[in-house]
Design a protein around this ligand. Structure first.
Ligand code: V47
Length: 398
C-alpha cells in the first residue's frame, strides 16, 4: 500500500498542542486508597493533575483504583481500540561513546559482540521476508566514535530503497544531537536534511530519567534532559512526530519519575508533536547495575496508569511487550495503555540485558492478545492512521 505524504497537522497525532482529559466517569467504590480519592475527584471534574497528584499515583498500592482511573482516561482518549504496527527493529551499531551504566548493549570498537552494519547490510535486512509487510522501520544505534553523516544518509537511503512504502522512524534525540555535532550543523538543519533523505518519525529512546542526579550517576556522557527535549521540539517544528520514553526501576525516586512526566507534558503543551509515551522497565542483567532487582508487575502497571493520567496531552501510551512480556502487556491494556508496539522481528537492546521474551511476534499473535482482552485490534502506521489487517488483506487476495 502506498502512503500519501502528510501535512503537519495530519502528521502530528494531536490536533493542537494542549489536549487535556474530559471529565471522567470513575465510580466511587473502585478506589480504596484514601490518597487517590482527591485525585479521582479532580479527574471527575476534568481538572489537570499536579505534582502532588502524580506522587499519590506513583506511591499507591491500590492497583485496582489506579487501573480504574487510568482505564477511564484510556477510554476517553482511544475508546476500546488497541493499536499495533507491523514494524522491524534495525540496530545499525552498538559501538557507543556514551557507555551508560544501565545499558548492556554498548561495546567499544573491536570488543566481543561489537557490531556495525554497512548500509548495504541494513538494506539487505530490510528486504528479508518479502512476503511479510513492514509499515515501519525502527532504526536506532549508538553515538559511534568515527562514522560521518554520510553513513547515516546512506543508511536511510538503503532501507528506503529496500521497502519504499515503509516509514523510517529513525534516530533518538541523543543520536540526532550527536549527528548535529559531528556534521557541524544546527539540529534543525540536520533534521531537515534527514527528513529530505526519508526520515519520517523519531523514536523516543535516550530520555532515561531527566533528573540531573540520575544522569550524573548513570549516564554522565549523555545529553541532558533539557537538550533531549530541545531536540524533540526541533523535530516537532518540522512536522516530524516523535515518541518519548522513561527508563524506570533503577535508582530513580518517585519524585524524579513524576518530574520526568511533567517535563514531557510541558514540552507537549509547547510543541505538540509527541505521539506516544513508552515506559521502559529496567532490565539489570549484564549491566553495571546487575545487583538491582527487576521491576515488579505492580510497579509496571502503576507506571503505565500514572503515565496515562499525568500525560493528558499524549494521544497514546504503549505497553512495550518486549520489556513487559506479552502477558503483562495484555493486562496493561486495562491500565491505560492503548498500543502494544509491534512485530519487532529482531530486538537487541533489552535482550542483551537479559530479556526472555521472543525476538518478534506475528500480526496474528498481536491481534489475538488484543481481542482476547476485549479490545478492538487496529493495525496502524507510524502516524496512527488505521490500516486494514494484513491478514485480512492476504485472505481477501486468496
Ligand atoms: O534508549 C537501555 C533503554 C531504550 C536498558 O519510540 C534499557 O516507539 C531496559 O527507546 N533495560 C531503547 N531499558 C528502547 C526504546 C523504544 C522501545 C520501543 C519503542 C520505542 C518507540 C522506543 O531502552 C534506550 C534506553 O532508554 N534501555 N538499557 C536496560 N538495561
Amino acid at each position: 500500500m502506498s502512503t500519501p505524504a502528510l501535512n503537519l497537522e495530519q502528521a502530528l497525532a494531536v490536533p493542537g498542542p494542549v489536549h487535556t482529559l474530559p471529565p471522567l466517569d470513575i465510580a466511587e467504590g473502585l478506589i480504596s486508597d484514601p490518597a487517590l480519592g482527591a485525585v479521582a475527584r479532580k479527574l471527575r471534574q476534568g481538572q489537570r493533575l499536579e505534582r502532588a497528584d502524580g506522587l499519590a499515583l506513583m506511591d499507591s498500592k491500590d492497583i485496582l483504583g489506579l487501573g480504574a482511573m487510568a482505564h477511564a482516561a484510556r477510554l476517553a482518549k482511544n475508546g476500546r481500540k488497541a493499536f499495533y504496527v507491523l514494524n522491524r527493529h534495525l540496530n545499525y551499531s552498538n559501538i557507543c561513546l556514551n557507555k551508560c551504566t544501565f545499558c548492556a548493549y554498548w561495546r567499544d570498537e573491536g570488543q566481543e559482540r561489537a557490531f556495525l552494519l554497512s548500509p548495504a547490510e541494513a538494506g539487505a535486512k530490510a528486504q528479508e521476508r518479502p512476503d511479510q509487510a513492514v509499515d515501519e522501520f525502527h532504526i536506532v544505534g549508538s553515538c559511534h566514535p568515527s562514522l560521518s553523516l554520510s553513513y547515516y544518509l546512506d543508511l536511510l537511503a538503503a532501507v528506503r530503497a529496500a521497502r519504499p512504502q515503509a516509514t523510517l522512524k529513525a534516530f533518538t534525540p541523543v543520536e540526532i544531537d550527536h549527528l548535529a555535532r559531528i556534521s557541524g550543523q544546527p539540529v534543525k538543519d540536520l533534521l531537515a536534511q534527514l527528513q529530505a533523505a526519508g526520515l519520517g518519525a523519531m523514536p523516543g529512546g535516550g530520555a532515561e530519567v531527566f533528573s540531573p542526579r540520575v544522569r550524573d550517576k548513570l549516564c554522565p556522557k549523555k545529553i541532558s534532559g533539557k537538550r533531549w527535549l530541545e531536540v524533540s521540539a526541533a523535530a516537532h517544528s518540522l512536522g516530524i512526530p516523535t515518541n518519548a520514553t522513561m527508563l524506570y526501576g533503577h535508582i530513580e525516586t518517585a519524585e524524579e519519575r513524576v518530574d520526568h512526566l511533567l517535563a514531557l507534558r510541558d514540552q507537549q503543551d509547547a510543541s505538540g508533536g509527541f505521539s506516544a509515551f513508552i515506559p521502559l522497565s529496567f532490565h539489570p542483567a549484564n549491566t553495571g547495575l546487575e545487583n538491582l532487582n527487576a521491576t515488579t508487575g505492580l510497579d509496571d502497571l502503576r507506571v503505565i496508569a500514572a503515565s496515562r493520567l499525568l500525560l493528558d496531552n499524549f494521544p497514546h501510551i504503549k505497553a512495550y511487550w518486549v520489556m513487559l512480556g506479552p502477558k503483562l502487556a495484555q493486562v496493561a491494556l486495562n491500565f491505560g495503555a492503548d498500543d502494544l508496539d509491534g512485530t519487532i522481528v529482531e530486538e537487541r537492546i533489552t535482550h542483551m540485558a537479559g530479556a526472555t521474551t521472543a525476538q518478534g511476534l506475528t500480526e496474528a499473535d498481536l491481534r489475538r492478545m488484543i481481542a482476547a482482552s476485549g479490545f478492538t485490534p487496529v493495525r496502524r502506521d507510524s502516524f496512527y492512521r488505521h490500516l486494514p489487517s494484513a491478514q485480512a488483506v492476504s485472505a481477501d487476495a486468496r
